[in-house]
Design a protein around this ligand. Sequence first.
Ligand SMILES: C[S@@+](CC[C@H](N)C(=O)[O-])C[C@H]1O[C@@H](n2cnc3c(N)ncnc32)[C@H](O)[C@@H]1O
Length: 351
Amino acid sequence: MPDLDRLSSLLVHQAEACGRLGSPMYEALLRRAAQQLAVTGPLRDVLAAHADAPGPAATGLRLLGTVHRLVLERRAGDLALYYPSVGGRFTLDAAWPALLDVLANHPAEVADGMRRPPQTNEVGRAAALVGGLLRVLRPDPMPLRLYELGASAGLNLRAEQFRYVSRSGVWGPSDSPVQLQAAWTGTSTPLGTAMQVVDRRGCDPDPLDPTSTEGRLVLTSYVWPDQPRRLERLRGALEIAARVPAEVTRQPAADFVARMHLLDDHVTVLWHSVMWQYLDADEQDVVTGQVRRMSQQASLGAPFVYLSLEPGRRADGVDHEFLVLVETWPVGERQVLGVAQPHGLPVQWEC
Ligand SMILES: C[S@@+](CC[C@H](N)C(=O)[O-])C[C@H]1O[C@@H](n2cnc3c(N)ncnc32)[C@H](O)[C@@H]1O
């Protein structure tokens, strides 16, 4: 017998998180789903099959991502009228029966979508990565080799092609299709550095191809439909990805870093955002060991930068924050540069 009470509390938990992260639409839909689990029908049929999935499986977000995909494919009938991502206007009481119709009319697609964990690639997190890099590079750096762990679709491997706008100034091409407004607050960012990226590579066990229709659809379906700025950033980054190549290989982080090396007359940058929690302790140790190996090879002619945006605590007992951390070799020290929001913007710089 599936434990529907447990599932209902997980849905409420996800609803609260969506509310905190700026999606009143998903908060309302997930709260309604939690209430309606007791009612016999398509919602209960779909969710009961996943009632025992662990919390991180994000059952509610899998369901809503699957439905959003059908909306984007124009296969969801009247439900599209209530989805802002396709020009609709959300009202819970009108959307709810239309959503139940979609679940009843597309059982195979819904069952298929429920098997897939939500996968995003947050363009806003580039504000933390590029802002962090600007803090540690010399004003006239050598050409950069950019490497990313858990790169998803590799959109942030093109991060120097985005425009960063803050009260203290702007950085990046003015005509970029990605305009990150109010990207940075706090300590001012050095804006005089130009970056020439000559190599862009990443890894992910489940990479998405941002130049394919399928990849674009998957990425868009997991962005919450009432978040126009996130959708706009994604669309802009997809446009850039179509003309700026970057390679994301199907590999876990440990295998990828094991093959990395530094190169003379280049700055090698290894970065990652919101992926460390997916590595088990052994894989984290391997990656840390490989970073140490490369740090020992670094020299003034082949410097190495390790930069991350990951949730963590500065000390035991204090709250989680999304910390921007950097370490540079052969000169530098490990330091917290600032704190970002879960989807990136804004980044509050501390040094
Ligand atoms: C929350 S997403 C973040 C994606 C991207 N870094 C961003 O910030 O938009 C986490 C990513 O980590 C990837 N991932 C999971 N296990 C991994 C592993 N062992 N090595 C590398 N990446 C992994 C997932 O496939 C997913 O693309």
